[in-house]
Write a protein that binds this ligand. Structure first.
Ligand code: SF4
Ligand code: SF4
Length: 326
């Protein structure tokens, strides 16, 4: 398999979950040994094609020059929930408002997916409840265990590089049950959204959530960013425009011109995030829930706030609203 990785590396950059200190996050790999196969990564693969900090363009007093990207295409080794999550990002960046975001598209279109079969459901996953446990959108699927490496090649581009190996009858299996299950709220109309706005459940986050934004940072479906112009020095008009990840859970994220913060309390921001993941995305695009149940935010929160529990609480509150309670 290392020889195959070496052959692929001539044409592609290969990214996979790797150990970085106590965390597992995405990095470039050259060998199978570097890849963490049997644990869930703490961070999602989105930073491979949607960098944390990205220079969009350079400017001087009279000129603007677009930034350039590396020509080498990319292979990402990733789980089914992440492939489904990337479909959500694709929708937000390329279908919202009728214009594709060029800076996202130019990196995203170079990516090929190599599916990592999940040996079993990991702690905190609830992909089955969110309908994100299965995908057929991959070029190659891999199962790696003590018996060896099993490969399904769907994309003919990769047939030659795997062609010298013994044929086997392999298709990946998908997790069909998680330990963690959630009830997804069925929010049927906009009138109910107003009632949800007023629910007491959001107030419990006002004191608990510290607004660190960690839950957004690890999320495969969070897409918010700030755009900042950097001037190289005080007397210069030369600089660059950067896109930097942001987070709807940060205290000042929703501060508008004049200084008013439209979601000043942490509970208001949690309501906004929950509704975006569980109602607004589907209301706008008709493509189901945004959250894919990867469970990374549940692992990441320093205050042990579990989004999966928030989904359950919201589902129960919505049922009560339908019965005329709350
Ligand atoms: S909200 Fe949490 S569980 Fe859902 S996709 Fe984002 S990180 Fe994963
Ligand atoms: S990780 Fe936890 S404490 Fe930090 S913003 Fe998210 S919910 Fe709040």
């Amino acid at each position: 398999m290392d020889e195959i990785f070496a052959a692929l590396s001539e044409t592609y950059r290969i990214y996979a979950p790797v150990k970085r200190g106590k965390f597992i996050r995405y990095g470039e790999v050259k060998s199978v040994e570097q890849v963490v196969w049997n644990e869930k990564s703490h961070f999602s693969p989105k930073e491979v094609f949607y960098p944390i900090v990205q220079t969009l363009l350079y400017f001087s007093e009279n000129d603007v020059r677009e930034s350039e990207v590396d020509d080498k295409p990319t292979i990402i080794l990733l789980r089914p929930c992440d492939i489904n999550g990337i479909h959500r990002l694709d929708t937000v960046f390329m279908e919202n408002g009728g214009h594709a975001d060029n800076y996202y598209q130019r990196l995203r279109e170079k990516v090929k997916f190599f599916l990592m079969e999940c040996p079993e459901s990991f702690e905190t996953c609830f992909c089955v409840s969110m309908g994100s446990n299965v995908t057929d959108d991959y070029s190659v699927a891999l199962r790696v265990n003590d018996d060896g490496v099993f490969v399904e090649v769907k994309d003919e581009t990769f047939a030659a590089v795997f062609g010298g190996e013994a044929a086997c009858d392999f298709t990946p299996a998908f997790v069909t049950e998680n330990k963690r299950k959630v009830n997804v709220p069925e929010i049927t109309d906009r009138a109910m959204v107003k009632d949800i706005h007023a629910l007491d459940m959001w107030r419990e986050f006002d004191d608990n959530c510290i607004g660190c934004g960690g839950c957004n940072t690890v999320c495969i479906t969070c897409s918010c960013f700030d755009t900042t112009d950097i001037i190289y020095n005080e007397t210069s008009r030369d600089g660059e425009r950067r896109r930097v990840w942001s987070s709807c859970m940060l205290n000042d994220y929703s501060t508008v011109a004049g200084g008013h913060n439209v979601r000043a309390k942490a509970g208001d921001r949690m309501r906004f995030k929950a509704m975006h993941k569980l109602y607004d995305y589907n209301a706008r695009f008709g493509k189901g829930n945004m959250c894919v149940g990867c469970g990374r935010c549940d692992m990441r929160c320093p205050k042990d706030i579990h989004f999966s529990e928030t989904i359950d609480k919201l589902a129960a509150a919505v049922e009560n609203l339908k019965k005329g309670e709350n």
